[in-house]
Structure formats: C-alpha cells, structure tokens
Ligand binder design. Structure first.
Ligand code: 48F
Length: 259
C-alpha cells in the first residue's frame, strides 16, 4: 500500500473532532486521571453512562506510576484487593493483610480496562473553570489545552455540559478550589470551605476517605486524595487501596443518583 501523509493527518483530525464534539454533552466528567479517577470512570462506563475523563498531563496515572519514592510498587490492604482482582492486576501477599502490586502494571491495566469499558479519556487538556447557570449547581466544565496553560497564552477556553463533575485532581482539589472561589463558603463541609489536607497518617486517612467520597457541592463530587484535602483528613502516601475504593464508591453514588 502507498502511504498518503495527508490522509494520515485527516484520519487523526476527523476522528478526534468526531469524539470531541460527541463528548460536549455528557453524563459525567471526571477531572484527573490518577487511580481514583480511572476506577470511577471504569465503573461508570461499565454501567453505560457517557463519561469522559480529562487529564492535564500527557500520561494518565497521576501519582501511581512512581509507587513510593520512585520504588515502582504500590501497597493495597485486604479490603481493596478485590478491585485489583476485578481489573486482573497481579499482586503478592505481604505479611498478613497487605498486597504489593507493580505500579506500571496497575496504571496501564486501569487505563486499558477503563477505556475498553467505554471511558473516553482526553489527555493534554486542563480544566480551568466550571459552568453554572441560575441554580448555581455545577453544570459543566471549562477546558483548554494544557499547552495553552503552560505557555500562559491568552486563548479563550471551550465548555462542555455534564450532569455531574468528579474532582479527582489529587492533593490540589483543583475543581473544588475554583468553585469555592466563585461561591464562597458554601461547600458541603463543616466550615463550608476547603478544610485542607492533614499530615501523613495512613490508618486514619484511608478510613476517612470513604466518608469523604461524596457530593461536595451541588453537581460536584470528590474522590481520591481530593476528597481528603476538601474534608480535612490526613494524606496516606503509597497505600492505594483507598484510592481504588473511593473511585468505586463515587461511581456507585452517581449510578444511583443518575439512573
Ligand atoms: O494525584 P493523583 O494520582 O490523584 P488520586 O487519584 O491519587 C492520589 C495518589 O496518586 C497519591 C496518594 C495515594 O495515597 O496520595 O497522591 O487522588 O492524580 C490526579 C491527576 O489529576 C490531574 C493531574 O495531572 C493528575 O494526573 N489534574 C490535576 N488538576 C487538573 C488535572 C486539572 N485542572 N485539569 C486536568 N487534570
């Protein structure tokens, strides 16, 4: 076969534009492609929701690739081992109740299974704002190319409509921060504001995460490290069971709400 360079370009442009237009009006938008966002996306897609995940970086996986301090292994506790099994991710038992998994296998498998289940991932796109109408509920996302953000270029963004947004942006809880700035102390937290992440304490952080995984503001849900940052709970370092369970939990909440 004779290759036509222009045909290759057209194939890419047409196919991307088709997807991009198709995902301007969706059920759920996930911001952040770390473990919690990927797991949430997998379960929502599996339940047949139209769901897209937007990731600022070139690579998906957030803080999972590097394991602990670049030793590329992650640890999960007994309760979350079933999620590794659901994805078909291998793990070795360590001591009684801990399991160790290869972080590269984890990220690549989460990504592969989630996209195969129907999650649409857009990488290299940053969320810079939300859309709100009269009710002041979060009703959409304002996005731009990460290259525009990095280059500090003065280029207006585009907007998509969605029934729910999940903030899975990790420690920075970026979407909740944007909303807090717009609406003031009206978040569903004790103070109405972002309470801030507390120092490392895996035992408390992992347990609190399940309670913190919820709707933080009408239309805006939190999962993963973003949930602990919003609700003032400890960080937990390279134990990832809570991230997986939190992703599953937020998907369950939304499946119930949107069905
Ligand atoms: O930080 P991250 O991996 O989030 P997570 O799912 O997992 C946390 C763990 O990795 C670790 C931990 C485990 O105990 O504490 O930190 O909560 O992934 C967050 C992703 O969100 C992207 C960011 O590039 C990263 O890949 N992100 C952050 N802000 C934006 C964003 C934004 N405004 N737009 C798009 N993507």
């Amino acid at each position: 076969m004779e290759l036509d360079d222009v045909k290759i370009s057209r194939a890419i442009i047409e196919s991307f534009m088709e997807d991009f237009i198709d995902y301007t009006d969706i059920d759920v938008a996930i911001v952040g492609g770390g473990p919690s966002g990927l797991v949430a996306g997998y379960y929502l897609a599996k339940a047949d929701f139209k769901v897209a995940l937007f990731e600022r970086k070139l690579s998906i996986g957030g803080g999972m690739w590097g394991g602990g301090m670049m030793f590329n292994k992650i640890v999960v506790q007994e309760e979350s081992k079933r999620i590794l099994d659901e994805f078909g991710i291998g793990s070795q038992k360590y001591d009684d109740d801990y399991y160790v998994a290869d972080s590269v296998e984890c990220v690549s498998t989460l990504c592969s299974k989630a996209t195969q289940a129907g999650l649409k991932i857009f990488n290299l796109i940053s969320i810079e704002d939300v859309m709100m109408k009269e009710s002041k509920d979060v009703a959409g996302l304002v996005l731009n190319w990460s290259a525009v953000e990095m280059g500090r270029l003065h280029v207006d963004p585009l907007t998509i409509r969605t029934k729910a947004v999940i903030d899975a942006t990790g420690h920075d809880c970026e979407v909740v921060k944007v909303v807090e700035k717009k609406v003031g102390p009206k978040l569903n937290t004790e103070t109405g504001t972002i309470m801030g992440e507390k120092p490392m304490w895996a035992e408390v952080g992992e347990k609190a995460l399940m309670d913190n995984t919820k709707e933080a503001y009408p239309g805006l849900y939190v999962t993963g490290m973003a949930a602990n940052a919003v609700y003032g709970s400890p960080r937990m370092g390279p134990i990832f069971g809570g991230m997986l369970l939190s992703g599953e939990r937020i998907a369950e909440i939304l499946i119930e709400k949107l069905k």
